[in-house]
Every structure is written in C-alpha cells, then in structure tokens.
Design a protein around this ligand. Structure first.
Ligand code: BGC
Length: 470
C-alpha cells in the first residue's frame, strides 16, 4: 500500500514538473493564433507567423542565391516567417451597401460593422463608368478602391492614439488620376517594373513592347493595367470584406502574347490587413508579373518618409545599370547602404556615395527575399516613430521593389491639397525581379496555358509604443 502511495506521489510530482516546464510554451503558442487588436498596441513583441499557401508552378525552380554565402539572417527574417492559413468562408457576392455585423467574424467587441459600399466616381474619356468602393472592417480601418486601375484611392489606419489618417498618396478625383499618375495605388501589369529595350523572346518568338521609359518598357506599357477599368464584385470573407476585380487583357495588348484573364482580390481583413490575391490564366505562353504600386506615408502624409525605419528580409539585391535594368548579378547587401536586414531610417544612407544609389536617384531596387517565392512570409516591416504606425509586408513573391519616391518633386498636389515633395511616399512592390524575361538565372515569369498564376501579398497594420523596431 505504502509503495502504491509512493508511486502515486512520484507520478504527481512528474506531472507537475511537466506542466511547469511546458505550460508557458503552450500559452505562447496559443497567443500566436490571436489576431492583432486595433487599439491594443503592439509593444514591440515579434510577430510569429505561420504557413499558408502553396507554390505556384512557375516558382518551383526556386530562387537563385548569390554566389557568396548569405549573411546571418536578420532578426525578423531568421526563420522563414509564415502566416496562419486564412480561414476564409466560401466567398459569396453581397449586395453593395449591405453591412456585415461584427458577429459574422466571430469577434466579441462588436463596435463597428464590417461594411462595403459603392458609389459612382466618374467616367473615362471613352465613357466607361468608374465606381468607387468603400470597405471598412470592424476595427475602423477603411479603404477606398476604384475600378479604374484597381487603384486604392485612400487607406485609413489608426496611429498609436487611435487617430485615423489616410496613409497613401493619391488624388480625390478621377480627372487628376487621368492627367498624371505615377502609378499611385494602382495594380501594375501585365509586367511590373522594367523589361530591357521592351523586348523578350519566348519559345523562339521575339516580342516587342512599347518603350515608355527611355529605351525600356515599364509597368506594362502605355496603357497598362493601371489605366484600364476593371469589373468589380464585392465579396464577403469570414475574415473581412473584399472586392474582386477582373480584367481580360487581350492577346497582343501592349505587345504581350496571349489573352490573360486576371483577377485581383483586395480584402480588408479583421486582422487589420489589406490582403491582395492575384490570379491569372492565359491561352498562349506569356510573361506575367503583377504588383501593387501603393505609395505609403505612415505619418498620414504630414512630411517626407525619410524618418521611417525599414527592415527588408533580404540578404541580397539585384544591382542595376544606369537605365535601372538589372545586370543579372545578385549582390550581398552586407557592408553597403542597401543593407536593411536591421531596421534603419530610410534617410540615413540614401545620399551615400554608392553607385547603385546614384543610378536609382535613391532606393529604387529589387531586393531578393530570403527564402522568398515559396510560401507567404515576412518581406518587410516599416515603423514610423511619431505616430507609432507599423506596416508589415508579407508575400509569396521572391522579390520586393523598394522605391522611396525619388521622382516625386513637388509638382504633384494630391488629396487635401498636400504637395508631394521629394520622397514623400515609399513603395514596397512585391514581385518577380525586373527584366526576368531576359534573365535566365532569375525565377521564371512565364505562364503557360493550363497553369495558374497565383500570388498573395499582405500589408498588415499595427502600432507600437516604443521607438524601437523589432
Ligand atoms: C520603379 C521606379 C518608377 C516608379 C514610378 C517604380 O516601381 O521602380 O523606377 O519611377 O515605379 O513609375
């Protein structure tokens, strides 16, 4: 009997020890699943992310690495950061103006309603009707998206005091977008960024595209996807409200082969994210590289972006020539002003005496994401200390174009009469590398009939108390 009691006591002690050792880990893991709350500030704790999404067939060749060994991974990029699998309800069409109650998303603090509304915006000179959709999540984030160019016209997110501000550059009306738009907020396609001399050869056939950037082809040509009217369908996700935008690019349009059927879905999620899902299919072999060209300014467009701290999860970048065409090299960032593996203010080294910065007039380069192009992972994090706003970029793409608004020069006056001076906005365009159709060592951008082009990018917002970016 005494022996039995002793055995039970020993068992109890063992169980207690196991609980003490593993319970905190269990709690931490449980925390990982919690969506971020809007007004509860991110106090600088890292954001553990988990996996979702698969690999697009055209990415299966993987991402080339620089010849020399990679740097030690950055703190945020140490392990491939992965995103929880989205638990989306079957998307269904909802009537415009139909509010979706917070209860739909399973939340408890039913303060506001997820909502989507539509109103006529204007029409193009060809008489095409352009609508403006307003999306809101239950935390008060708001996005306005118009059907012309699939452009995000405004994006309201809170600062650390809960004050909402519009953090993207753009105009308040269609006329100004039509007159002069350096791709503010637009979806760029069929090929984001440059193709050298507007030429590429696919399956032995040479294709010629417009030279709309000196001798090179930029952002899909003269009338790229940023200048067409998309068909729109509001949708409801369990995780947020969204807008599905569809465009059929015709065979030979802007010189590209194949009818390309594109769907871009924006979702304003209950995790305070603007999620963008891209889908395309073709009826002839072609090249595709779709991206979003939002210009962000986390101060709420109060001043330039030089004080924003940025971290890029990339040990190397693709150097360019004077025409901003990649040379084909993958160069390690270590020891150069291109090293953003540690969070660094944009303005700290942008004026450095470094040839690549002279060519770009500042940062205007493609960074090669560590482990990128396979699953959804953290690509960049930006922090603005005066407002506490944090923006994270997650993507399934292998590269990211960090452009710091070098061509803004004060000649554009945007929403609310704000003059967009030099470096007043920055872009983080997730993508395949520029000029990939002419660079066999870069991940392929070829899409063939029967294949699906599928990529996802997320811009996630939170706030932080401390001025330290982790
Ligand atoms: C390009 C820049 C260009 C800007 C606006 C960026 O994606 O890399 O060179 O000036 O878009 O067109």
């Amino acid at each position: 009997m005494a022996r039995e009691q002793l055995r039970l006591v020993l068992l109890g002690v063992t169980l207690l020890s196991i609980t003490i050792i593993f319970c905190p880990c269990g709690l931490l893991l449980a925390d990982f699943g919690e969506p971020p709350r809007l007004l509860v500030e991110d106090n600088g704790a890292s954001h553990p992310l988990r996996e979702s999404g698969g690999i697009s067939p055209r990415l299966s060749a993987g991402v080339p690495r620089p010849l020399a060994g990679a740097n030690a991974p950055a703190e945020a990029g140490a392990a491939p950061a992965r995103e929880p699998a989205p638990r989306e309800a079957k998307a269904g069409v909802i009537a415009a103006k139909a509010g979706i109650s917070r209860a739909d998303s399973g939340g408890k603090e039913a303060k506001q309603k997820m909502n989507i509304e539509v109103k006529p915006f204007d029409q193009t000179p060809l008489g095409e009707k352009v609508d403006l959709y307003s999306l809101a999540n239950s935390h008060g984030l708001k996005a306005e998206i118009m059907t012309y160019g699939a452009i995000v016209v405004s994006l309201q997110v809170p600062d650390r005091q809960g004050r909402m501000d519009d953090i993207v550059l753009g105009y308040g009306n269609l006329t100004e977008y039509l007159a002069k738009n350096p791709y503010f907020g637009a979806i760029v396609g069929r090929y984001g960024n440059r193709i050298a001399k507007g030429k590429f050869t696919l399956d032995g056939v040479e294709y010629s595209l417009a030279a709309n950037d000196g001798e090179n082809h930029l952002h899909g040509g003269i009338k790229g996807f940023d200048k067409v009217v998309w068909k729109a369908e509001p949708i409801k996700h369990r995780d947020g409200v969204g807008l599905k935008l569809m465009y059929l690019a015709k065979d030979a349009e802007e010189g590209y082969p194949g009818n390309l059927s594109c769907t871009v879905t924006y979702t304003l999620t209950e995790r305070n994210e603007l999620k963008i899902e891209y889908l395309a299919t073709t009826d002839k072999p072609t090249v595709v590289n779709l991206t979003h060209h939002g210009y962000f300014n986390l101060t709420g467009c109060q001043r330039d972006i030089l004080g924003h701290e940025i971290m890029l999860n990339a040990d190397s970048f693709t150097p360019v020539d004077a025409g901003l065409i990649p040379t084909g090299e993958l160069r390690l960032v270590k020891g150069t002003p291109m090293d953003f593996t540690r969070p660094t203010p944009i303005g700290d080294r942008v004026g450095s005496d470094y040839e690549q910065l002279k060519f770009g007039g500042g940062y205007d380069h493609n960074w090669v994401l560590n482990g990128g192009g396979r699953v959804l992972m953290l690509a960049a994090r930006v922090y603005e200390a005066t407002t506490g706003r944090v923006m994270e970029v997650l993507t399934t793409e292998p590269g990211i174009q960090f452009y710091c608004g070098n061509f803004l020069d004060g000649t554009i006056t945007g929403k609310k009469g704000i003059v967009y001076n030099h470096r007043y906005g920055f872009c983080l365009e997730t993508q395949h590398y520029p000029d990939s159709p002419n660079k066999p060592n870069f991940p392929s951008t070829v899409l063939r009939p029967g294949e699906k082009y599928e990529t996802t990018t997320i811009y996630r917002f939170s706030t932080r108390k401390a001025a330290r970016l982790r």
